[in-house]
Design a binder for this molecule. Structure first.
Ligand SMILES: Cc1cc2nc3c(=O)[nH]c(=O)nc-3n(C[C@H](O)[C@H](O)[C@H](O)COP(=O)(O)OP(=O)(O)OC[C@H]3O[C@@H](n4cnc5c(N)ncnc54)[C@H](O)[C@@H]3O)c2cc1C
Length: 470
């Protein structure tokens, strides 16, 4: 008999408003009563012995120190300038000597085949799978027209990571990537602003899918001649990338970015699904549940793909760009696309997860999802639903994902209880990954605040190890 119990619910740090307190109180009440039966193991997120069973004491000490540093808002706000300042003062070599064994080692999977293999082996001890996340992205306004080869180089680099995962022995490797690593951010933004006006999403996805399959081009009169050329050149890179993934059995997860880019990202992701997902979901798109339109978006996009005979894949997350989304909406005077409260986002997350799992229970392997979350209650709700629907937790139809270096108290017990779990592992050289990590840290401030519970568990485990030794 499997029993999922939530002994306690961690507090999202620093949130003092009444709404927050009410949210947390209601979640706590709900959480403390969660009990699900379906097997013969406990799903328990507070047993530090199980969580850190495979970790060396030095790794725990490093984790404790780093999570403490990351819970300081001032550090997170200025992480990149602090690190760049240290680099200037100490010089590149000395800085690398400090940063590599600390932040880099804890949050990054490496930048060589040997390092990624070591990371993979470490995760495999706990039965956790590899989802590598290369640190390439480009925001609107960052496009440098003189660097035309950049997108091809990025694609080749990311494609090679997939092959490294396979050579390291990973059975079902997942590769996260951003469309803006392979296509200019400015172009993706322009395409996005035309979707719904000059062209509809289903029409554009179909044209992109056709191009990827047959090479049949179309010229869009809402793009300049140069932009048209750029689009189809980048689609050639994406075609090479998708084809390699299809041939070698790598799942490609397209990341969601800002709402001013997401429609363009979706057009490419859905086009890839139409071209590469004929037999199984190789390409998956990401859906951010902090958006009021999340359920509508995922159901519409799933229909576009399934109606045309392809399989659908989705990464379901809460969303990482809340602060900037709210700021932009206020600045430009349009309605805030983000849910009004954290409770609304949590409700949307659980609704989307449930909707997708119910769909999977009807269509089976033709639809797969990953639930990317560090929220214990959402994980418990999903595990409960998955069990109730009679889905096989090892089938890969519904898997869980957490960020490498965080939330082991969720990943390890989930995997031990028989669910399929991935860690999203950043990969790349120190200089490339640091700006990426500091951006992610600022965007995921709430997650870092939530690491408080992980800190408690680390403290308990360290205490018990030192007492046993002493
Ligand atoms: C494997 C994986 C892949 C990911 N890929 C992406 C991606 O492609 N794109 C992306 O944007 N993010 C991505 N993320 C990050 C993710 O979107 C979240 O930022 C992060 O996981 C924190 O959410 P949580 O579910 O862990 O839960 P929690 O820590 O419980 O929730 C925090 C989240 O709730 C939301 N929130 C907080 N306060 C409020 C409020 N006042 N009103 C409304 N909503 C609020 C925000 O989304 C915030 O990030 C990924 C995360 C993982 C684990």
């Amino acid at each position: 008999m499997m029993r999922y119990t939530q002994r306690s619910f961690y507090f999202i740090g620093g949130l003092k408003e009444n709404a927050w307190n009410q949210t947390i109180t209601s979640l706590f009440k709900r959480a403390s009563h969660t009990q699900v039966s379906s097997g013969d193991q406990n799903l328990n997120f507070s047993d530090h012995k199980t969580v850190f069973k495979f970790k060396r004491t030095t790794d725990l000490l490093r984790g404790y120190f780093l999570l403490r540093v990351c819970s300081i808002n001032m550090f997170v706000d200025n992480a990149l300038s602090v690190m760049r300042g240290c680099e200037r003062i100490f010089g590149e070599k000395l800085f690398s000597l400090i940063a590599r064994p600390t932040f880099y080692r804890h949050f990054v999977g490496g930048d060589t085949e040997a390092e990624l293999r070591a990371t993979r082996n470490e995760l495999a001890k706990a039965g956790i799978h590899l989802m590598v996340c290369p640190a390439f992205e480009e925001d609107a306004g960052e496009t440098d027209v003189s660097k035309t080869d950049k997108y091809k180089t990025n694609m080749e680099y990311i494609m090679e990571i997939g092959q490294i995962m396979l050579r390291a022995g990973e059975k079902d490797p997942c590769l996260q990537f951003k469309i803006t690593a392979m296509m200019p951010g400015d172009l993706v933004t322009k395409i996005s602003s035309n979707i719904g006006n000059s062209i509809q999403l289903d029409e554009l996805s179909e044209i992109i899918g056709k191009y990827l399959e047959t090479g049949k081009t179309t010229r869009f009169d809402w793009l300049t001649e140069d932009e048209n050329n750029q689009l189809f050149k980048c689609l050639d890179y994406i075609n090479t990338f998708g084809e390699k993934a299809r041939q070698t059995g790598i799942t490609l997860l397209v990341d969601a970015e800002y709402t001013y880019m997401n429609p363009g990202i979706s057009a490419v992701a859905l086009g890839m699904m139409l071209a590469f997902n004929k037999e199984r979901p190789i390409v998956w798109n990401t859906y951010q549940c902090y958006l009021k339109a999340a359920l509508q978006t995922i159901s519409t996009e799933m229909e576009i793909v399934e109606k045309r005979g392809s399989c659908f894949g989705a990464k379901v997350v809460r969303g990482a760009y809340m602060e900037k989304e709210r700021k932009l909406a206020k600045m430009h005077g349009y309605p805030d696309p983000v849910n009004d409260t954290y409770a609304d986002t949590c409700a949307m997350y659980d609704r989307v997860a449930e909707y997708m799992m119910t769909h999977i229970s009807k269509v089976g392997n033709r639809c797969n999802i990953v639930l990317g979350t560090h929220n214990e209650q959402s994980v418990l709700n999903a595990a409960t639903k998955l069990t109730d629907l009679g889905l096989d937790p090892r089938s890969g139809q519904v898997v869980f994902g957490q960020i490498y270096g965080m939330a082991d108290q969720i990943s390890v017990p989930l995997s031990a209880a028989g669910f399929k779990v991935y860690k999203s592992v950043p990969y790349g050289p120190l200089g490339e990954v640091l700006p990426y990590l500091s951006r992610r840290a600022a965007e995921n401030r709430v997650v870092l605040a939530g690491a408080r519970r992980e800190l408690e568990l680390l403290k308990s485990e360290l205490k018990s190890r030192f007492i046993m030794r002493g």
